[in-house]
Design a protein around this ligand. Structure first.
Ligand SMILES: C[S@@+](CC[C@H](N)C(=O)[O-])C[C@H]1O[C@@H](n2cnc3c(N)ncnc32)[C@H](O)[C@@H]1O
Length: 382
């Protein structure tokens, strides 16, 4: 699959699940914090420009999502355009912000700005987009941003740069890449930009142990010709990407659950399960929701699916036994406990739980007596 196709497909899927969450990923994962982030980030965008861009300017938002920041800028600049690889994001942006005459949104192919003319923008900005891109796509975009900016125009973008760098597979469209200082400098230089300021953003990432930065770069030269073709990048699914996507979906589902938004939580859990059916969290969370709605059969079905996908996970058999017992499917419960025992689990809590379930199982019916062969033989002799 072409990397551009993969980016479109994946961001479309994220947009369908919950566009606000996927563009802003606030800790609270709710609408209020999304709105607050739009005001905060667009204010930081404008303040950091230091009055270099006047009110007559044409502005392009690269990777605009649902227009979170784009829509905040219509009073400040003459024309604002948002472009995004995901048609789903663009549709949602149009639906949310259709009113302003000087604002429009376009979908692109995820690697060039072919719909826009040379020298046609005064400012291109990009927030929380470039660090997610495969490096070949990133380089292509830097050259394209140069092309669409007028000479002396500005590129202001959010980025991650640190001494050690942090790479991800070329097909990963979600994990953050951190570029070391040298690569970062080369990227700008080759694309004809002079970096004026690199300023930390007030957010410390506990995993990366780093703050992202805002970069102000001026178009001072033509971009060097890019070697290689992004068409050549063949992609399969990236494991890192799947793991991050799964974790973020579980987080979102838990947040919905905490707010009592149970339908939403279950919908997100279904997506998490589809993202990775080989992990247990989505089954367990989803079954808890089913149980709260007194849908014991639903919960049991989930644990049946879990034990099928992951027969070596003790938790699946344990809960399958528990729900089978409640559903009065005694044989299934007995079998599931047997399978649990066979896994030699050493988790004290699980073992205690299994013991309790065993105590609740009714006595097995007595086995029918069979005659011994000798007796039968003796009888036959008579
Ligand atoms: C984390 S969101 C940020 C959206 C927006 N900049 C904001 O801050 O609200 C990343 C956005 O980048 C878009 N995107 C990802 N890869 C892209 C690409 N190659 N070209 C254009 N947009 C892309 C996604 O569709 C998504 O809308």
């Amino acid at each position: 699959m072409d990397i551009r196709e993969k980016m479109r497909r994946e961001w479309d899927r994220r947009a369908r699940i919950d566009p606000r969450y996927w563009v802003a990923a606030t800790q609270e994962a709710d609408e209020e914090s999304y709105e607050a982030s739009a005001v905060r980030d667009s204010r930081a965008l404008v303040e950091g420009l230091r009055d270099r861009i006047d009110a007559e300017a044409r502005v392009l938002d690269l990777g605009c999502g649902i227009g979170r920041m784009t829509a905040q800028l219509t009073d400040r600049f003459a024309e604002v355009v948002g472009v995004d690889v995901s048609p789903e994001m663009v549709d949602k942006a149009r639906e949310l912000h259709g009113g302003a005459a000087n604002l429009r949104f376009e979908a692109n192919n995820g690697a060039d700005l072919g719909d826009f003319e040379d020298d046609s923008f005064d400012l291109v900005f990009s927030y929380s987009v470039l660090p997610h891109l495969p490096p070949s796509v990133l380089r292509a975009y830097f050259a394209e941003v140069n092309r669409v900016l007028r000479p002396g125009g500005w590129f202001r973008y959010q980025f991650w740069t640190g001494p050690t760098g942090r790479a991800h597979a070329d097909n990963d469209t979600l994990n953050i890449r951190v570029y070391d200082h040298e690569t970062f400098a080369g990227l700008n230089r080759e694309a004809g930009f002079r970096v004026h300021e690199v300023e930390p953003i007030d957010y410390f990432d506990p995993v990366l142990k780093l703050n992202p930065v805002w970069v102000n770069a001026e178009r001072v030269d033509e971009a060097a010709k890019i070697e290689g073709d992004i068409n050549e990048v063949r992609v399969e699914l990236s494991e890192d990407e799947r793991a991050l996507e799964y974790g973020l979906l579980i987080y979102l589902a838990v947040k919905h659950g905490e707010r009592g938004e149970n339908d939403e939580a279950e919908r997100v859990l279904e997506e998490a399960l589809a993202t990775d059916p080989k992990r247990v969290e989505a089954y367990v969370e989803w079954a808890a929701h089913r149980q709260r709605r007194d849908d014991i059969t639903g919960a049991l079905t989930l644990f049946e699916a879990l034990t099928e996908e992951l027969p070596e996970a003790p938790i699946g058999w344990l809960y399958r036994a528990q729900f089978a017992l409640v559903a009065e499917r005694i044989e299934e419960a007995r079998d599931a406990l047997g399978r649990f025992d066979g896994l030699d689990c050493d988790d004290a809590e699980f073992l205690e739980h299994a013991e309790m379930l065993r105590g609740e199982l009714p006595e097995p019916p007595p086995k029918p007596k069979t005659r011994t062969k000798t007796r039968t033989k003796k009888r036959l002799k008579k």
